[in-house]
Unconditional design. Structure first.
Length: 287
């Protein structure tokens, strides 16, 4: 169960299910003399229960001028991300993780449509991300639907991060730690659906404390270097940057900000951080 913190990274980054969205994570952001904005937690999956939140989010997009998400998914960004996942010509994944691990990886990766020649050219972190994400038959996620809804309504669209910034977070992790992260994903691939369901239940319940707890309780037994990177580089440092950019947007115009739910929880999360900045951040209940 040591991979759950890594899994959260990719999913906060299923079979047919009821399209009931639950409470989710939707907050009103306001301040004296400032326009009203909204902060939305997302999951980067196409689960119908999660996607059902669009019924609550679309009326909020109608009220704002700006829609901000983590990364704008335009063609140029996707090309840049794709290129950044590739190893240099003089390296191969098989050499980095060893023959035995590479053979085990092939069995898992085939379920994601990744063949051995393709795998061998990818960075360990990129393969770990691909394995951690469930297959999205629709090619959609809550984030992309929010982006498209903003585009349809001709809202100003803003990325809180650039592709280069997101890639740098992973590339700064030494190859040894990248390989360690990938090994964890390979060994625990069969547990991922159950872990995803637990995270989804906490997300739908709007339980920020539970999400934060699910990550922290799984740190035990993980290599300390990987824990430090997860907490500092992937969460805290990115939260600082997201806070700076989103708070500026909230002060400028009515804005809806949508980010992975794990960026909302804890002391460094956007809910607590925006309150420290003087904003009133309150739940928006179900209609």
């Amino acid at each position: 169960m040591r991979t759950r913190a890594l899994v959260m990274m990719f999913w906060l980054l299923l079979p047919a299910l009821p399209a009931y969205a639950g409470e989710g994570m939707v907050f009103r952001v306001a301040g004296e003399g400032l326009p009203t904005g909204y902060l939305v937690g997302t999951m980067h999956i196409d689960d119908p229960r999660v996607m059902g939140l669009m019924g609550r989010i679309e009326p909020l997009i109608d009220r704002v001028e700006t829609v901000a998400i983590e990364l704008i998914p335009d063609a140029l960004t996707m090309v840049a991300v794709g290129a950044a996942t590739m190893l240099p010509p003089d390296q191969s994944l098989r050499e980095i993780i060893g023959d035995a691990s590479f053979e085990a990886l092939q069995d898992v990766a085939l379920q994601h449509g990744l063949t051995a020649p393709v795998l061998d050219r990818l960075k360990p972190w990129a393969v770990a991300v691909m394995l951690g994400l469930p297959d999205a038959a629709s090619g959609r996620s809550l984030d992309t639907d929010i982006y498209l809804a903003g585009m349809t309504r001709q809202r100003r669209l803003v990325g809180l991060e650039t592709a280069a910034e997101q890639i740098a977070v992973f590339d700064q992790l030494p190859l040894m730690q990248q390989a360690m992260m990938l090994e964890e994903m390979i060994k625990n691939a069969d547990q991922l659906p159950q872990q995803l369901e637990e995270l989804t239940q906490a997300f739908l319940a709007g339980d920020l404390d539970r999400l934060d707890g699910l990550a922290r309780e799984q740190y035990f037994g993980m290599p300390q270097d990987l824990v430090n990177w997860f907490e500092q580089a992937l969460i805290v440092d990115r939260n600082v940057q997201m806070l700076s950019r989103s708070s500026e947007l909230f002060r400028q115009a009515p804005t809806l900000v949508a980010v992975g739910a794990l960026h909302l929880s804890g002391r460094s999360g956007l809910v607590a951080a925006l309150r420290r900045e003087g904003f009133a951040v309150d739940r928006v209940g179900n209609p």
